[in-house]
Design a protein around this ligand. Structure first.
Ligand code: ACO
Length: 329
């Protein structure tokens, strides 16, 4: 039996520049009609050079702290889910710690692609079991567009940038949202379907080398689509069953915002009406690890989630990784 774990505050931050499909039509051979039909995406935010991953994370973190009624000094740990950090080193979590004016507390990045926030949440749940007084900042922050090839129209229209953050607390500091359960999964055998190889130790950068497409997101979209639907539907069913619930008991499902057709297919598999599924992919696009905390923060701040509701989160990303969490408001 795990000890109680809570979310005490939430925040999000989006870069100031919005890119519509019409804007993309000027960069790449695509059309609003193709993008909307295939993905449901109408606009997304692109970070500028003065808005790296750490800056987006910092802005979301400040809002989550304010929402929790806490100061940075109250934090005990910082976890950042990202696959598009400022640098290989230092980590974005360490950059964020410094920006928050903190020293000493443990800070590290989690590399689980689009599942990064839920991997961070489950890690925080384990830490709050060990340290019931912990107040853990869990962030999903991404500038995926830094690793998108704008000559590859099959991928460059899908992604956007942003950050979402949560302050996770243990039984020593109960919060208003209970993390009832969480579950993580991975399957490296199919990882080659979605990659950013360039710059790694198996795909070394060389001085003076021209950067090739391997330095950017490369994806077999159709296969990723099938895996994403199957894995998110399966893990959602498993976490519900393990908690004695059915999809009918859930008030709102917040799936990873990758593509409206993936979201609709998951709803169909779970036999849930789209009325009970949160969607912001049309305005935000796929922000990888930031997708779930941005959507969760929006759902709370717009009143879509009310006290007493049960909310199911599910994510899927490169690796492959996938994850789910059950929240009681
Ligand atoms: N604009 C116009 N035409 C395009 C574009 C574009 N942006 N991209 C591809 N096309 C063309 C292709 O060239 C192809 O043309 P052809 O038939 O003449 O060769 C045609 O459209 C169909 O291409 P497909 O790749 O077969 O299109 P599909 O219907 O599979 O849709 C998509 C592609 C949207 C990527 C889909 O496979 C998908 O949604 N996959 C999921 C991927 C995803 O969301 N990944 C995110 C990362 S993982 C995650 O977050 C879950």
């Amino acid at each position: 039996m795990s000890s109680p774990c809570f979310i005490s505050g939430l925040g999000l931050h989006l870069p100031r520049t919005t890119m519509t499909n019409a804007d993309l039509e000027r960069i790449v051979d695509t059309s609003d009609e193709w993008i909307v039909t295939r993905t449901g995406i109408k606009a997304r935010h692109f970070a500028q050079d003065d808005e790296p991953c750490s800056v987006l994370a910092y802005n979301a973190a400040c809002k989550a702290l304010e929402n929790a009624g806490l100061a940075p000094q109250d934090l005990t740990h910082i976890f950042v889910g990202t696959c598009s950090g400022d640098y290989n080193l230092p980590t974005t979590a360490c950059l964020l710690q410094d920006m928050l004016g903190l020293k000493g507390l443990p800070a590290f990045d989690l590399a689980a692609a689009c599942s990064g926030f839920l991997y961070g949440l489950e890690t925080a749940r384990a830490f709050t079991s060990l340290y019931p007084d912990a107040r853990i900042l869990v962030v999903g922050s991404e500038v995926v567009t830094a690793r998108v090839n704008f000559e590859d129209r099959t991928t460059c229209v899908l992604f956007g940038d942003g950050a979402g953050a949560a302050v996770v607390t243990g039984s020593g500091n109960p919060g208003r949202i209970k993390v009832v359960d969480a579950m993580l999964k991975a399957d490296g055998s199919v990882g080659g379907l979605l990659t950013i190889h360039g710059g790694g130790s198996a795909c070394k950068p060389r001085l003076g080398q021209t950067i090739g497409p391997e330095y950017f997101v490369q994806m077999n979209g159709r296969d990723v689509f099938k895996h994403a639907v199957r894995c998110m539907a399966e893990i959602s069913g498993t976490i519900l069953e393990r908690n004695g619930l059915t999809a009918g008991d859930i008030d709102l499902i917040i799936p990873h915002q990758a593509n409206i057709r993936i979201i609709e297919a998951i709803a169909k598999k779970l036999d849930v009406d789209m009325e009970k599924v949160f969607v912001n992919v049309d305005r935000i696009g796929n922000t990888s690890a930031a997708s779930i905390p941005i959507a969760l923060t929006e759902a709370v701040s717009t009143g879509r989630i009310q006290p007493g509701m049960k909310v199911l989160l599910s994510a899927f990303g490169g690796g492959f990784t996938w994850a789910s969490a059950l929240l009681q408001f």
